[in-house]
Write a protein that binds this ligand. Structure first.
Ligand SMILES: [Fe+2]
Length: 194
């Protein structure tokens, strides 16, 4: 996986689509969690970070018509010089979603695909939990996060089955939670948390 643009160019690309603050926070959180998981697994931190940062690259322009989400991503990424592997990994985080009929039947297969889907999904749960804790990530523990994971009524839209795909990549749920909390602590001030 070759990364043809810098992080600041990727940020510019995202900003050129006028993302809502909430969405931009999600991109930054996904990046932070991916980087921390990459460190833990000895994977390439830069490319995993970029996968997290850009995974929803066409979200701002497709969110009003959910069935088209990720249909514009390949073109945008190809134009910037990203390779097939990177693009396929990005698109795979939409597999198994009824709302996107063209991707619904597909199954994630590679380590990077499982990791991206698990990490970006987990950010939703952690953000909701942090808000509940008075916008605090500091002091968040694996145990507390696990409770929220098990409580299906909490952040109900956050798909636990996808978070569990982390096990396909050789990481336990606890290890993922630890890395995710750590990663998000590193960027807390960029996303309005303490
Ligand atoms: Fe996402």
């Amino acid at each position: 996986m070759k990364i043809p643009i810098t992080r600041s160019e990727a940020i510019e690309l995202l900003k050129s689509q006028n993302p809502e603050t909430f969405d931009f926070i999600h991109y930054l959180m996904s990046e932070a969690v991916m980087k921390e998981v990459a460190k833990k697994l000895g994977e390439d931190v830069e490319s995993y970070g970029m996968l997290g940062l850009l995974h929803d690259i066409d979200w701002s322009i497709t969110k009003t018509n959910l069935s088209t989400h990720l249909s514009k991503a390949p073109g945008i990424l190809k134009e910037k010089g990203f390779d097939e592997e990177f693009i396929k990994t990005i698109v795979s985080h939409g597999y198994g979603f009824e709302e996107i009929p063209s991707l619904n039947e597909k199954k994630r297969a590679t380590k990077a695909e499982h990791i991206l889907a698990a990490c970006e999904t987990l950010t939703g749960l952690i953000y909701a939990y942090a808000l509940m804790r008075g916008k605090k990530i500091l002091g968040m523990e694996i145990k507390g996060l696990k409770k929220k994971f098990k409580d299906k009524a909490f952040a109900a839209g956050c798909r636990r089955d996808i978070i569990l795909e982390i096990e396909e990549a050789g990481l336990t749920l606890d290890e993922l939670f630890e890395a995710a909390i750590e990663g998000i602590k590193n960027i807390k001030h960029d996303i309005g948390l303490e």
